[in-house]
Design a protein around this ligand. Structure first.
Ligand code: PLP
Length: 361
């Protein structure tokens, strides 16, 4: 009996590794030594590492420094934990990787549309406030909402602020898909763009704002570099094509159908990255939806992957003013460059079936 192929619509959690990235990793596993070793093998590994660093910077159009990390989480932690002088203010919809490193009330509110409340941002930038670092994500991993990073940068650099304020932008969901923003620091994970998990980068304009802690990566990160991962990362970032129009066409097709079947589209009117959509099925808990879709052969997620492990209510939707009950009825769908119309239609069909069944019960 032939098995129906599974449909993977959870690319915002992690992406399949691109063939070019896999090949680069396999090659690296055959050949590489520790890049910190002084012998010829180590020097060859170092040369490959530095070459990968330059290739990734070039592909991203980043003219600052690049520190290899284990992913966006570690990149964020290097900035938020490693730079003790910072008084950090973050948006209320940041990923947990940011929020868990910033205690206290310094949360910039968002509106019902998921976009930063610029008035509240200005309050945190008031010269009487201690804020000297702002962390704002480029795109939200649960809703896809794109923040206006240029406007945030202009606010924090306004003359009335009267002090330098650094900007950390978490680009885990946009790197390789959209140009990087102008920022002092940027966090990236390779596994969100066709590279392997467990590798990523912190991009910084100026090292002097970070605390050197010894070890590798010019003293800003300890631990032997994951060279096969880094080679896979470089190959993946170089293999990016612009598929955002294709993703937008798929998402538009899906949303027309879901809306018609009674779905509430999260942040419908907001600028959103085309690769992510979040949908509420009124009256049906997301756990029940996930089981239904999984049985239908479709992988999607409820909110972020990390949140869905424990099924806690989404802090993102709460910040956008959603009731907890409603937030618990939302499922996230996310596309990759390989996603097809047939797959999206199959998801829409499974969604309609469940909604119909629940209405009838
Ligand atoms: N930031 C955002 C917006 C994310 O979506 C994720 C992962 O889901 C992270 C940070 C953390 O990335 P990683 O788990 O690869 O460190």
């Amino acid at each position: 009996m032939s098995q129906r192929p599974r449909i993977y619509l959870d690319h915002a959690a992690t992406t399949p590794i691109l063939p070019a990235a896999k090949a680069a990793m396999l090659e690296a596993m055959e050949r590489w030594a520790n890049p910190s070793s002084p012998h010829a093998e180590g020097r060859a590994a170092r040369a490959a590492l530095e070459d990968a660093r330059e290739r990734i910077k070039r592909a991203l159009g980043w003219d600052g420094e690049l520190i290899f990390t284990s992913g966006a989480t570690e990149a964020i932690e290097i900035v938020l934990r490693g730079a003790g002088a910072y008084e950090t203010t973050v948006s209320a919809v940041e990923h947990d990787a940011v929020l868990r490193n910033v205690e206290g009330p310094q949360r910039i509110r968002v509106g019902l549309d998921g976009l930063l409340d610029m008035g509240d941002l200005r309050c945190w930038l008031d010269p009487n406030e201690a804020t000297d670092l702002i962390a704002v994500q480029a795109a939200n991993n649960e809703t896809g909402v794109l923040q206006a990073i240029e406007a945030v940068a202009a606010e924090k650099d306004a003359e009335w602020v009267g002090k330098p304020v650094a900007l950390l932008v978490d680009c885990a969901q946009t790197a390789g898909k959209r140009p990087l923003p102008e920022a002092d620091a940027v966090s990236i994970s390779a596994h969100k763009l066709g590279g392997p998990p467990g590798v990523g980068a912190l991009l910084v304009k100026d090292f002097t704002r970070l605390k050197a802690q010894g070890g590798q990566e010019r003293g800003y990160r300890g631990g032997t570099q994951n060279l096969p991962g880094i080679m896979g990362f470089a190959a993946a970032i170089e293999g990016q094509n612009d598929w955002m129009d294709q993703a937008l066409a798929l998402r538009t097709r899906l949303e027309e159908r879901l809306r018609h079947a009674g779905a509430q589209v999260v942040a419908e009117e907001s600028p959103r990255i085309p690769t992510i959509g979040a949908y509420r099925m009124p009256g049906v808990p997301s756990e029940a939806q996930l089981i239904h879709f999984d049985l239908a052969g479709i992988a999607v997620s409820a909110g972020s992957a990390c949140s869905s492990g424990s099924m806690k209510a989404s802090h993102v939707l709460a910040a956008m003013g959603w009731l907890e009950r409603e937030a618990r009825e939302v499922v996230r769908v996310s596309f990759g460059p390989q996603t097809t119309e047939q797959e999206v239609d199959a998801f829409a069909r499974a969604w309609e079936e469940l909604a119909e069944r629940m209405r009838a019960s």
